[in-house]
Ligand binder design. Structure first.
Ligand SMILES: [Zn+2]
Length: 121
């Protein structure tokens, strides 16, 4: 049993569908995407800091409290994201909410700048 993990898999699996439902309703992935690639070109692009800093900030904007944010990050992590850009690459693509829109963005736009995956973790 892992002791460095606050949540067990069962709990994460349990809350995942609800978390995705809420994230979809609140347009979390769109908001996050907009931080990396703002529709308004005059806005500064965020860079992935290899953390969940931008996700956290978006979730705060939406109105989540810190406990809820911790739950959401845990679900994102369990679904293949280790940082903000991977939320868009891995989770948005895999989520039950994925749409042609996201596929198009992921494949046409290329990397969100960010860090090089070759750097490892
Ligand atoms: Zn990243």
């Amino acid at each position: 049993m892992s002791t460095d993990n606050l949540y067990d898999d069962e709990l994460v699996n349990d809350i995942t569908p609800n978390v995705f439902a809420v994230l979809g309703r609140e347009k979390f992935f769109e908001r996050l995407d907009d931080r990396f690639c703002p529709i308004d070109a005059s806005q500064k692009r965020s860079l992935c800091q290899k953390s969940f800093e931008i996700s956290t900030s978006v979730l705060r904007d939406i109105g989540f409290d810190s406990e809820e944010i911790r739950d959401v990050i845990e679900v994102l992590h369990a679904n293949g994201a280790c940082c903000d850009c991977e939320v868009l690459y891995n989770v948005a693509e895999e989520s039950p909410l994925k749409s042609g829109y996201w596929k198009a963005r992921a494949f046409n736009k290329g990397p969100y700048n960010s860090h090089s995956p070759a750097q490892g973790n």
